[in-house]
Design a protein around this ligand. Structure first.
Ligand code: SF4
Length: 405
């Protein structure tokens, strides 16, 4: 694996990624961010990759909009200035507020709209409701079209039925969307494999990270989509789960990577970029600290060594029981399809790993009352036996009910 890089100088990169170290030596966070921002500013352009058959060249980093975009206009501007040319949002993020924030940005920066590849999403619904929903999205986003529209959060490609596909074709003809596809956090491999056999999916956004990328089924699914020309955007790339990974294993991982000047979060991004079939990583970057660290990682062309990739894989293996792999069909079948364990654990992940407590509670509240009532009463023994990650599902479901209910 090559060590060659022509982006950031080594010194710039270490300066940027070593923020934790700077903070530890007494430099306050504002100074650290300023140092980081200056070093990113001076560096090479953001790498781009082709998004499947769309032919669009995306920055390898996408600005995920699950944060307060309304009050972080300068952050959006900074991402744009640093070469991020893809923004991702959804009606569900802050009940439209995320879209509104991007809309404000486009109102003030109309020239940016032409350069940004804009993505939004709506939950599967009837064509009439989707039409109504899309018009509202466009209004909030202050634009006439989105570059890419996703049906949000599917767990089975059959959720996108023929009327929805016809609707998408009409919206493309009308000019309100250029490309169509889906996002998925559940049963990603099955959704991808099924979509590779169709001709109507342009792009898919999937949960994909150092924990998921090595399984034969995931590799087959990604290859099949790539062969079919379906563009792929990765999300949930940090591999955070509903429980914190054991601190000893995490400390060992961080120590190993810091020797090379990466922090663990940057290394996890780099592991995903190792797969050239992934066009871009959609990352939530709610502050300048995270944005500058991610941009630095994207612009720095140093690749992870084989031993570092193996170290990440070992870490994934050691901390397997802290991560829900999204294979919701397995536990759903074990429980007779009554409790959506995968979706509940995702809410818990938003609460614990992302610190998005309101969002986690909001998503949890959207489950039918009957489902929420049964969470603590259900016997998860069979589901735990079949869970490939070995998760303590009963305990996690009780935690979710206590923290989110
Ligand atoms: S709880 Fe286990 S079986 Fe269910 S989705 Fe998560 S990893 Fe898969």
């Amino acid at each position: 694996m090559s060590e060659k890089k022509d982006g950031l100088t080594r010194r710039d990169f270490i300066k940027t990624v070593g923020l934790g170290g700077l903070a530890a030596t007494g430099m306050d966070s504002a100074m650290a961010i300023s140092a980081s921002a200056q070093s990113v500013e001076k560096t090479a352009s953001m790498p781009r990759r082709k998004l499947g058959k769309t032919g669009v060249e995306l920055s390898i980093l996408t600005l995920g909009g699950m944060f307060d975009t309304v009050n972080n206009q300068l952050l959006i501007r900074q991402a744009f200035n640093w070469g991020v040319n893809c923004f991702d949002t959804a009606e569900a993020y802050g009940n439209g507020l995320s879209e509104e924030g991007f809309g404000r940005f486009f109102a003030k920066n109309p020239e940016a709209r032409k350069e940004i590849f804009l993505i939004t999403k709506l939950k599967a619904s009837t064509p009439d409701r989707l039409s109504e929903g899309l018009d509202k999205c466009l209004k909030r986003l202050n634009t006439d079209y989105v570059d890419l529209f996703f049906i949000h959060g599917i767990g089975d490609l059959k959720e996108i039925d023929l009327p929805m596909r016809d609707w998408a074709a009409r919206m493309k003809s009308s000019g309100k969307m250029k490309f169509f596809g889906f996002s998925c956090h559940s049963n990603m491999e099955d959704c991808l494999l099924a979509s590779s056999k169709t001709d109507w999916v342009d792009v898919a956004m999937l949960a994909f990270n150092f924990r998921l990328m090595h399984t034969p089924k995931m590799k087959d699914a990604v290859n099949a989509c790539s062969d079919a020309g379906i563009g792929l955007i990765a999300m949930k790339t940090q591999g955070g789960g509903p429980v914190k990974a054991e601190s000893e294993a995490e400390a060992a991982l961080i120590g190993k990577l810091m020797e090379r000047g990466f922090n663990d979060k940057q290394a996890k991004l780099k592991a995903v970029w190792e797969d050239p079939k992934i066009a871009s990583i959609c990352s939530q970057m709610p502050n300048l600290y995270i944005l500058s660290a991610n941009v630095a990682a994207a612009k720095d062309l140093t690749r992870l060594s084989g031993s570092e990739l193996r170290h990440l894989e070992n870490f994934a293996c050691q901390t397997r029981a802290s991560y829900c792999a999204g294979c919701g069909n397995i536990c759903a079948e074990a429980l007779g399809g009554v409790i959506p364990v995968n979706d509940v654990l995702r809410c818990l992940m938003y609460y614990r790993e992302y610190g998005e407590r309101d969002l986690a509670r909001e998503l949890f509240a959207a489950f039918p009352g009957e489902v929420r009532d049964r969470i603590c009463e259900t016997d998860y023994t069979i589901a735990e036996r079949t869970c490939p990650q070995g998760l303590n599902i009963a305990k996690l479901m009780k935690d979710a009910s206590r923290l989110l209910g």
